[in-house]
Design a protein. Structure first.
Length: 82
C-alpha cells in the first residue's frame, strides 16, 4: 500500500506530551494517528464524545464580562455568591 505524508500544526507542549504517552504505550505518534484514522473510517464517526467547553457559553461570557466591569468599578474586588 502506498504511503502518504500528512502534515498539520499543534501546540508544541501537546506534541511532546503525545510523543511521551505514545512511547509509554509502545507506539509511535504516526501509528497512533493511523489507529485513529482507521477507527474514524470504519465507524464513520469520531470515536469519542466531543462537547462544547461550557466556559465559552454565552451565559458564562456574559457573567465574566459583568464581573470584569464590576471589578473595574470597585477597584479590583468582587463579592459573588454562587
Amino acid at each position: 500500500m502506498a504511503q502518504a505524508m500528512v502534515n498539520f500544526r499543534m501546540d508544541e507542549v501537546l506534541k511532546a506530551k503525545m510523543e511521551k504517552t505514545c512511547k509509554e504505550m509502545g507506539l509511535t505518534v504516526s501509528a497512533a494517528y493511523t489507529l485513529f484514522a482507521t477507527k474514524v473510517t470504519r465507524e464513520q464517526r469520531i470515536p469519542f464524545e466531543i462537547t462544547a467547553d461550557p466556559f465559552y457559553s454565552d451565559e458564562n461570557m456574559a457573567r465574566l464580562k459583568k464581573n470584569a466591569e464590576e471589578m473595574e468599578k470597585n477597584g479590583g474586588t468582587i463579592h459573588e455568591v454562587i
